[in-house]
Design a binder for this molecule. Structure first.
Ligand SMILES: C[S@@+](CC[C@H](N)C(=O)[O-])C[C@H]1O[C@@H](n2cnc3c(N)ncnc32)[C@H](O)[C@@H]1O
Length: 196
């Protein structure tokens, strides 16, 4: 079941984003395999409570649930969420607008944020981890093929070294900027793994 969730009790979704992503999940194929970096680093989490930010079609939530995690999966698209919400009992999928959402403090052993960027969330992400908790952040850079195509949505793209600076007060375990190993289009991505 997909829960509909709004922290102030009002219906305050970013309607345009929601409709656009609902159409995408109804009409387009999306990768079902978890990103390489998630598979490589999830074991760093000290225990098994995870948050999947902008969970999409649930490829990471399902992977983590199968690895024994209890996963909170949040996204604005109830169509995306409905594609995986009932696949595993370890997943709690809920619909929320991440422009408004506040991650509960010291709550998670693992937070993953893949192919999504909302800079407002960065402090909540850090605080949402329990001490020793792990962050895996993997998102598009404003470089390479993406830069040429995405002149209209620069706000959703990372600048060089931005991710590193955003989480520099954590223990950085891994940082890389470069072609996406999971994608034939070879978008340029920034990837950070860090421990609170
Ligand atoms: C590129 S997809 C990435 C999905 C997933 N993380 C993955 O790697 O497969 C971006 C996701 O962000 C979600 N999204 C966009 N705007 C959002 C918002 N304001 N609040 C919550 N989710 C949002 C979309 O519905 C979509 O599922």
């Amino acid at each position: 079941m997909v829960g509909d969730f709004s922290q102030d009790g009002k219906f305050n979704m970013t309607t345009q984003d929601r409709s656009r992503w609902n159409v995408k999940y109804r009409t387009e194929a999306h990768p079902s395999e978890a990103a390489h970096v998630v598979k490589k680093f999830y074991r760093l989490a000290p225990a098994k409570k995870a948050l999947d930010i902008a969970a999409g079609n649930g490829r990471h939530s399902v992977f983590l649930a199968r690895m024994g995690f209890t996963v909170d999966a949040v996204d604005i698209s109830e169509v995306g969420l409905s594609q995986f919400a009932d696949i595993h009992p370890g997943i709690r999928a809920f619909c929320a607008d991440l422009d408004q959402y506040e991650i509960p403090a010291s709550h998670y052993d693992l937070i993953i944020n893949v192919k999504f960027l909302n800079r407002r969330l960065n402090p909540y992400i850090r605080e949402g981890l329990r001490p020793g908790g792990t962050l895996i952040f993997h998102s598009l850079l404003d470089e390479g093929p993406t830069k040429r195509q995405a002149t209209h949505c620069r706000d959703y793209l990372l600048r060089r070294n931005e991710l590193l600076h955003a989480f520099i007060d954590m223990r950085i375990v891994y940082y890389r900027e470069g072609a996406d190993p999971d994608d034939d289009k070879k978008d340029e991505m920034a990837t950070l793994v860090a421990i609170r």
